[in-house]
Design a protein around this ligand. Structure first.
Ligand code: GDP
Ligand code: MG
Length: 163
């Protein structure tokens, strides 16, 4: 069965940009059920020869001040529970923050397979942050640029074993 992929991470790391890049024009639907999942966007991702359902966790960024608010934690936990594979995104330019570590703990506790994406890693500047991401203990980070479309071959390679 085709695995479902969730994109999680603290606000502003580039989750929605990654979602848009994976889904392109094929954005299927906006889920407007009430509650914690109301801002979840779902779509059909295409990456190389793979297609798979993906969802973005979103919506609380506007209200969030950078702390891991309870609602955000709840939304993320639900997203992890509903997925088969987690794409955990950090900002390679900022490096690893306390909020990133809290998200990492949520993912770890879930036991779900996780691919760590060090986003905004275009150019040299991002590589230090990508390196720092090793310290999260979630395996090799995939240096990525959702905005520039760099790193898709490595992401494809990381996803392949689950298909
Ligand atoms: P989200 O809050 O995690 O969904 O993050 P967004 O996708 O809304 O992106 C937050 C900001 O980061 C926006 O200004 C994006 O343009 C920017 N951004 C996203 N991906 C990249 C990237 O690969 N490189 C750079 N430099 N900026 C990016
Ligand atoms: Mg977003």
């Amino acid at each position: 069965m085709t695995p479902t992929v969730a994109i999680i991470g603290r606000p502003n790391v580039g989750k929605s940009t990654l979602f848009n890049r994976l889904v392109g024009r094929k954005l299927a639907l906006v889920d407007d059920r009430p509650g914690v999942t109301r801002d979840r966007r779902e779509g059909e991702a295409t990456l190389g020869h793979l297609t798979f359902p993906v969802f973005d966790t979103a919506g609380l960024e506007e209200a969030d001040d950078g702390t891991l608010a309870g609602r955000m934690r709840q939304q993320t936990e639900t997203a992890i529970a509903d997925s088969d594979i987690v794409l955990f995104v950090i900002d390679a330019r900022v490096g690893v923050t306390p909020a990133d570590r809290q998200f990492a703990e949520l993912v770890r506790r879930s036991g779900k397979p996780v691919i760590l994406i060090a986003n905004k890693a275009e150019g040299k500047i991002g590589l230090d942050g990508a390196y720092e991401a090793f310290s999260l203990g979630l395996g090799d980070p995939v240096p990525f640029s959702a905005e520039h479309g760099e790193g898709t071959a490595d992401l494809l390679e990381a996803l392949m074993p689950y298909f």
